[in-house]
Design a protein around this ligand. Structure first.
Ligand SMILES: Cc1cc2nc3c(=O)[nH]c(=O)nc-3n(C[C@H](O)[C@H](O)[C@H](O)COP(=O)(O)OP(=O)(O)OC[C@H]3O[C@@H](n4cnc5c(N)ncnc54)[C@H](O)[C@@H]3O)c2cc1C
Length: 605
């Protein structure tokens, strides 16, 4: 009778656990919806009120919350800047204050649910049995949110406007909680057993299938715990990911046979069903996006100076392009079945795309399918800008560079893709290599969680390749300003690059933006070159496009922009961790002075 009562109680507490998470989701949903409504109203108001004075004024309570909670790092300044023991050992980042509180709450709730209603005054073995069952139930129930959070196609991402990056953080912490609960379950089983019967008998029991399954599950979970810390994850991401998935399958397989008699099995079934559905969704997206009768997605690779590659994907099935989107690409001939996420820097609706290889692509796509797509507003090609690192991106760069090198006339040798001097002798012709064409698969679009349409003043900070995230917003805002569909009256891009040759990364797209109607009225660009080779390289082409040597003083830039602020200000940053932390600090300091929202995007999880 007692054990039945406790089993029902365990069930109830598992429910309570999931209900608490569901309530949290409902709270975030309500909060996000109210923010979206407020932003929409602000945008509408801006159409008739060009000065937007009301929206410039700060809301003191909101400013306090942003400064001390939502935008705050855990301690003083550091959040996105990684802790690095050396250039190879990356210890990861610290969660922000809000996320840290959330995680602490989840941990505390699990500790409380695992330990309450246990009669600690009873016999040791009774207490151990209750804790064993409770921890086992909780570990199984937590598998459901754990697997939901791990999916790229987690529906909560879009519903709550919470990025995959954040879900990933929660996934990691919930995973640790599950492992600790499973360990508690086994310890609470083992201690009384050994005390009563000794080690030999206790270990002998593990040979029974039921016990063996539980033990194997625990071992798989412990291995996951050991292989998932940040230094290992970042240093060997692909190996980590494959092993992680394989071990998760092993753990789920064994636990399936361990809990089949208990009511908590339903949480496991729900978790597995969700996981299978998410995987299936990925396959469906891949099939849908990349195959259409007579058409396949194709990638054009172009090596650029400064260790970067421009990848233009000609989509088999066009999609609606929006700022803030990213996608996963698979290039089987270079990366096998692995997929990598990249922000979409540009989307084109026509049969050609700006780049050094327009004509080539125009010829190849001049067929019925593309003419039909021309009439739609969907992007038929999207472009990515990829910085070379050490794995897939390195192979990608080398492949594109070798291809370009093979086409070069002899006097261009040493100038990858004819883009600039690498060995001293300038190129004698205006040589442009044809890009390398390879088969590719694209999965997406993902992201697109933030809108800057309601801000009268927008500042975008980009570090290096982080420009890919900012560029579509700039195009969208300049176009929106000219069409009268956005609140933006001042848009400032601050782009920090190491050398002027990096300007080539986005030259064709920037040329398009600079030629847009009304661009001079709204867009200002400030380029900061941190390692100019000689001072003559630093030339400001116009009043609205300025170039400076060194790093920007983010505080000063924000203060200057604040003096001319129109309406609410949206500050977006995409770059390395140090830049993000700098911009975050400057924004927090200015909170309360005027209405300001800080939005950050980081290229890591
Ligand atoms: C949402 C998002 C958007 C991004 N957009 C861009 C972009 O526009 N341009 C750009 O150059 N880079 C971008 N990145 C980073 C890019 O995905 C990684 O640099 C790339 O996957 C590294 O591949 P690699 O095998 O060469 O990495 P490695 O040299 O092996 O590792 C370098 C770093 O990349 C991480 N990484 C490796 N593989 C993956 C993977 N499959 N998924 C996620 N992270 C991985 C590792 O953890 C490590 O920190 C983006 C990342 C994210 C999460």
């Amino acid at each position: 009778m007692d054990s039945l009562w406790y089993e029902m109680l365990n069930d109830t507490l598992c429910y309570a656990n999931l209900w608490a998470l569901a309530c949290l989701i409902a709270l975030v949903f309500t909060w996000q919806v109210s923010l979206r409504i407020a932003a929409h109203l602000r945008r509408l108001a801006s159409f008739t009120d060009s000065r937007q004075l009301y929206h410039r004024m700060p809301r003191p309570r909101m400013a306090w919350l942003k400064r001390h909670l939502f935008d705050a790092p855990l301690l003083r300044t550091r959040h996105n800047r990684e802790w690095q023991l050396s250039s190879a050992v990356n210890m990861g980042t610290l969660p922000g204050r809000f996320h840290a509180l959330l995680l602490a709450g989840i941990v505390a709730m699990n500790v409380a649910l695992c330990t309450n209603t246990v009669p600690y005054g009873d016999k040791e073995s009774t207490v151990a049995e209750l804790i064993r069952n409770r921890a086992g139930f909780m570990a199984t129930a937590n598998l459901f949110p754990l697997l939901v959070m791990s999916g790229r196609n987690n529906p909560l991402i879009r519903l709550l406007g919470v990025s995959f990056d954040t879900w990933n953080l929660l996934h990691r912490w919930l995973g640790r909680i599950v492992v600790l609960e499973a360990l508690t379950h086994v310890i609470a089983w083992g201690v009384p057993k050994v005390q009563e019967y000794g080690w030999a008998t206790a270990l002998g029991t593990l040979k029974k299938p039921f016990m063996f399954n539980g033990l194997m599950c625990l071992i798989a979970l412990l291995v996951i715990l050991c292989q998932s810390p940040s230094p290992i994850r970042h240093a060997f991401y692909e190996t980590f990911l494959h092993l992680h998935i394989a071990l998760a399958c092993v753990a789920v397989g064994f636990i399936w046979h361990h809990v089949y008699r208990y009511s908590c099995r339903y949480y496991l079934y729900a978790a597995v069903a969700f996981w299978a559905f998410e995987r299936l969704t990925r396959f469906v997206i891949l099939g849908y996006r990349n195959y259409r009768v007579g058409h396949r997605t194709t990638a054009y690779l172009e090596a650029l100076p400064g260790d970067a590659v421009r990848v233009t994907l000609q989509l088999a099935r066009p999609w609606t392009f929006a700022p803030g989107q990213y996608c996963f690409i698979y290039i089987p001939s270079i990366g096998g079945w692995t997929s990598h996420p990249f922000s979409i820097a540009w989307g084109e609706t026509g049969p050609s795309f700006p780049g050094s290889f327009n004509e080539k692509v125009q010829l190849e796509t001049g067929d019925d399918m593309v003419l039909e797509d021309l009439n739609s507003r969907k992007a038929s090609s999207i472009s990515l800008l990829i910085r070379r690192r050490t794995g897939f991106t390195d192979r990608l760069y080398r492949k594109a560079e070798t291809h370009a090198r093979l086409q070069m006339p002899p006097d261009n040798i040493g100038h990858p893709n004819g883009m600039g001097p690498a060995g001293g002798r300038p190129p004698s012709t205006d040589f442009r290599a044809t890009p390398l064409k390879v088969s590719a698969l694209v999965e997406g679009p993902y992201g697109d969680l933030h809108s800057l349409d309601s801000y009268g003043t927008v500042m975008l900070f980009a570090g290096g390749v982080g420009i890919t995230h900012c560029l579509p917003f700039i195009h969208h805002l300049v176009q929106g300003h000219s069409d009268g569909t956005v609140a933006a009256r001042r848009v400032t891009l601050v782009w920090i690059i190491q050398s002027p040759e990096h300007l080539d990364w986005i030259r064709p797209w920037m040329t398009t933006i600079l030629g847009m109607e009304g661009r001079r009225d709204v867009l200002r660009i400030q380029l900061f070159i941190t390692r100019p080779r000689n001072p003559r390289e630093i030339r400001s082409p116009s009043e609205t496009v300025q170039m400076f040597p060194g790093r920007p003083n983010v505080d000063t830039l924000l203060r200057m922009e604040g003096e001319h602020q129109v309406g609410a200000m949206g500050v977006m940053v995409c770059g390395n961790g140090a830049l993000s932390d700098d911009v975050r600090r400057a924004c927090r300091q200015r909170q309360g002075g005027y209405q300001l929202d800080f939005i950050e995007e980081s290229f890591t999880w």
